[in-house]
Design a protein around this ligand. Structure first.
Ligand code: FAD
Length: 339
């Protein structure tokens, strides 16, 4: 015991792909701003990539006081090796008190590697965080024991205090482009020779719609109540008619009816659509954890006592094989009327 005392700010890792920042970075800047005011510390954003300067103004407008840029060809595409080496180098020097990552594929890969290099703890998949002024410590909140309890976790001794935080939990802060901030372009960062891995080629995944699920305004999701894999064509037709995308419960991912990227819930994706259809989904806590931010939930289920009806805005008690074709027929009739 002893360590602690590291107060060079709250840091947020800004994930970017092809020069486009993942919104979770700004969500975290907005929330970090609230803590920074109580902790009287500055907020630093750090971006790695090739030619990412253009992101700095938006990050300052979202709450960053300083934006660190680590640029170079070796950072163009994410690699655990290059990113963790460069970030460890920077963080060991700067000694932040807190470092935040989005709980994305990249954040979940990078944060533990870094925590290990910095010999500190990592609280994964948080859903909230606050500052305890008495203990002068960040209190991280996350579901534990299969979602049956919500645990408050602290990193009492080692620094920095590090966490991955789920996307879509915090709202995007209102950007203020009159805010002033510093931009620091770091020179002499580790280069190719320092890394054990080298990316030769990036092959885009076919039909990779995983991003669109998190950004989708309309999601039509199916569970075990769909009856079989083939019945998902009904959901694909409904999604196409409404301009939405198809999602799934873990129940159907586990039996292989749908891809893991489509899973919504505690161990899947957190979504924030304007309209969410839950078709043949019971509404287990683990699934609901992924849809609490949906504006309107429509549930279709044969069981009137299914828990999904407790949170649904509109509930339809009935068989998906009857209800969904009826909705499709209604949409088609309306579309035909308007022509
Ligand atoms: C650690 C952990 C993490 C988890 N993470 C997730 C997660 O991220 N996402 C997730 O979804 N689950 C997750 N789960 C699993 C979760 O607890 C449930 O088991 C799962 O969500 C159930 O899937 P389901 O609703 O499709 O199936 P079921 O619970 O079997 O429900 C099927 C529903 O369909 C209805 N139904 C049946 N026939 C019809 C029909 N013809 N028409 C209409 N309705 C019909 C039934 O009445 C029932 O309500 C997790 C579990 C654990 C332990």
């Amino acid at each position: 015991m002893k360590e602690k005392k590291q107060d060079s700010g709250l840091w947020v890792f800004i994930e970017q792909i092809n020069g486009k920042a993942n919104p979770v970075g700004c969500e975290l800047l907005g929330q970090a701003r609230k803590l920074a005011m109580i902790m009287r510390q500055q907020i630093c954003a750090v971006v790695l990539g090739q030619d990412v300067k253009h992101l700095a103004a938006g990050l300052i407008a979202s709450g960053a006081d300083i934006v660190y840029l680590i640029e170079g060809r070796e950072y163009q595409c994410y690699s655990t090796d290059a990113y963790s080496t460069a970030l460890a180098f920077l963080l060991i020097n700067k000694k932040p008190s807190v470092v935040l990552f989005g709980s994305t594929y990249i954040g979940r890969d990078l944060a533990p590697r870094l925590a290990c290099r910095l010999k500190t703890g990592l609280i994964a998949d948080c859903t909230d965080f606050t500052f305890d002024p008495v203990r002068q410590i960040v209190v991280w909140r996350r579901p534990a024991f299969e979602g049956n309890v919500v645990a408050d976790i602290v990193c009492p001794v080692r620094r920095p205090q590090m966490a991955t935080v789920r996307p879509h939990i915090f709202p995007l802060p209102k950007q203020d482009f009159s805010r002033q901030g510093g931009i620091i372009q770091l020179k002499g960062q580790p280069q190719f020779g320092h890394f054990r891995t080298k990316i030769n080629q990036v092959i885009p995944q076919e039909n990779n719609d995983s991003c669109s699920l998190e950004d989708a305004a309309i999601i039509v999701a199916g569970g075990r109540g769909m009856g079989n894999r083939a019945n998902f064509y009904l959901l694909e037709r409904l999604a196409a008619a409404l301009g939405g995308v198809v999602g799934a419960s873990r129940g159907v991912v586990e039996i292989g009816w749908r891809k893991a990227q489509e899973q919504i819930g505690l161990s899947g994706r957190i979504v924030k659509p304007r309209l969410y259809f839950a078709c043949g989904i019971s509404g287990a806590f683990h699934h609901l954890a992924g849809i609490t931010s949906a504006e309107i939930i429509v549930a279709i289920n044969t069981d009137p006592d299914a828990p999904i009806f407790n949170i649904a805005d509109y509930g339809i008690v009935g068989d998906i094989e009857v209800i969904i074709p009826a909705i499709l027929a209604e949409i088609e009739a309306n579309t035909a009327d308007r022509r």
